[in-house]
Ligand binder design. Structure first.
Ligand code: FAD
Length: 483
């Protein structure tokens, strides 16, 4: 068995599951998305004992369906929410300089001055990027980490984004933000970092009900039910938070991305930013990704009713994204070139607004009448601050030993580069070593965990189908070797 302290795997889980049923911990965290793992890390690094449970897998919910950007908060400036914008820029600074520089790269974003982009949109975009740079300066993020915005010529714009329509192209403005290697990878890494400090991370354990001092839970692979006792409980279940805390009304908003072959846009390393028709504050982004793919997003659609296990993109959303992108391209991307699509639900707190796009993205931290804490809303970018606020409130309401949060200066675990080894799939470059690592160190229990959350091969159905059997065989063998 792998002895690395941050290693998560089925053998460790088996031992810790038994301990979780027997021993009372300081903090029980419910939900293993970015918010929950952030809370677990914040609490354990303050010296508190922690158990985290997730009903499914790490990053099973919204956290794996984001745009994978570490935002500077420009969007919030447009809505006049200066506090949230500054918080975002500050957290981006910490993530890119101290906490996770190994998981984030600076990403150039080009707003092209194409025929389809009006003078008003060009001006608003340029001013906005200047304001974004002020946020960067206020957060003290150096230019070597995030270069300043610059106007670029048509020639440079075409070099950065070869698929642009050159007719009437008048250059553009180039700015920079942070891009995660992957959002699910961030979640797994925060969880591993918490585990390295002693937190128990238990996937496939569902909370049935919460109290101030614990939860009734079910281990979902066996159906076995038991109690977990804790001095404080934090509900970090995102769009599902209302099911455990009736005082919260979540208003989920669906955001969809489509997946394209990057080669169809000339394999750019820069992102493309296209204003929605007639808008100066809403954009469609085309973002380069791993495996020679590119994602185009995103939508913002009210998604009322029962919360689905996995949200599904709709055909009108896919068509909207394609047509927005095609407004600035020389050769339109066709529907049959779309390799995949995915959707996530924003856990927005209902504020009575008409449109979900108008609901604040600031997070909510609240103590329920029964004495547990709920934390939701916010962004991936601000997970650390959300976690700090949630643990502060848990300490206060449950009189836990009070220590200050340490996460602002705590670097996340490294990921050993899995030794190269047998290539399992040529198209995606999946290796046997990568699957073994996912099972031995990153807590994968099934082939779905590997394809959909430890790697992102599952974002394209054809890739997933091709890799399924061969990856499954490696998962089964590796699990048997762990016992
Ligand atoms: C389309 C889209 C794009 C986005 N892009 C960005 C971006 O680029 N940058 C950014 O900063 N933010 C972005 N966001 C916001 C960000 O993704 C979310 O705010 C964040 O991922 C929410 O994380 P969470 O941990 O609160 O929820 P989730 O990730 O949904 O985690 C909740 C977890 O709780 C578990 N759970 C549910 N019920 C139970 C139960 N009863 N017992 C145990 N476990 C349970 C679930 O299995 C799940 O794993 C985006 C959001 C969307 C929808």
């Amino acid at each position: 068995m792998t002895r690395e302290p941050s290693a998560l795997n089925v053998a460790r889980r088996r031992t810790e599951l038994m301990l979780a049923a027997e021993e009372r911990v300081d903090v029980l965290v419910v939900g293993g998305g970015i918010t929950g793992v952030g809370v677990a890390l914040d609490a354990v690094s303050r010296g508190l004992t922690v158990t985290l449970i997730d009903a499914e897998d790490l990053a099973f919910g919204t956290s794996r369906f984001s745009s994978k950007l570490v935002h500077g908060g420009l969007r919030y400036l447009a809505t006049g929410d200066i506090a949230t914008a500054r918080e975002s820029a500050h957290e981006r600074h910490l993530l890119m300089t101290t906490i996770a520089p190994h998981l984030i790269r600076p990403l150039g974003q080009l707003l092209p001055f194409s025929q389809a982009v009006t003078l008003r949109q060009r001006t608003a975009g340029t001013v906005g990027m200047g304001l974004g740079d002020l946020l960067r300066m206020r957060a003290h993020t150096p230019r070597r980490v995030l270069p300043a915005p610059a106007l670029v010529s048509a020639r440079t714009a075409l070099r950065l984004m070869p698929a642009l329509d050159q007719r009437g192209l008048r250059g553009g403005v180039l700015s920079h933000d942070g891009q995660l290697v992957d959002d699910a990878r961030l979640v797994t890494t925060v969880a591993r970092t918490a585990a390295s400090l002693g937190a128990r991370i238990l996937t496939r354990v569902r909370a049935l009900s919460l109290r101030a001092d614990g939860a009734s839970v079910e281990e979902t692979t066996t159906g076995e039910r038991f109690e977990i006792r804790a001095r404080a409980v934090v509900n970090a279940t995102g769009v599902w938070a209302g099911a455990l805390d009736q005082s919260i009304t979540v208003r989920p908003s669906r955001g969809t991305h489509i997946v394209l072959d990057a080669a169809d846009l000339g394999t750019p390393s820069t992102a493309l930013t296209i204003p929605h028709e007639g808008s100066i504050s809403r954009y469609v982004f085309a973002l380069p990704r791993a495996y020679g793919r590119l994602i185009v997003g995103l939508t913002d659609e009210d998604s009322p009713g029962a919360v689905p296990r996995v949200a599904q993109p709709t055909e009108p959303e896919i068509e909207f994204l394609l047509s927005s992108l095609n407004r600035v391209l020389a050769t339109p991307v066709r529907r049959d070139q779309v390799r995949g699509a995915f959707a996530g639900l924003r856990p927005l707190v209902d504020s009575g607004s008409d449109s979900t796009a108008d609901i604040s993205r600031r997070h909510l931290v609240t103590a329920s009448d029964s004495g547990f804490v709920s934390v939701l809303g916010g962004k991936l970018t601000t997970y650390r601050r959300m976690a700090e606020d949630a643990v502060d409130l848990a300490i206060e309401t449950r009189s836990l030993p009070s220590r200050r949060s340490r996460t602002a200066s705590l670097r996340l675990a490294e990921r050993d580069v899995p030794a190269s080894g047998e290539l399992l799939d040529e198209r995606t470059g999946l290796t046997e070593a990568e699957v073994v690592y996912a099972v031995r160190v990153e807590g994968a229990m099934t082939v779905d965990d590997v394809l959909d959350r430890r790697t992102r091969i599952g974002l394209v159905d054809a890739d997933r189908t091709r890799c399924l059997a061969v990856a499954d065989a490696v998962v089964t063998r590796t699990i048997s070797e762990l016992f």
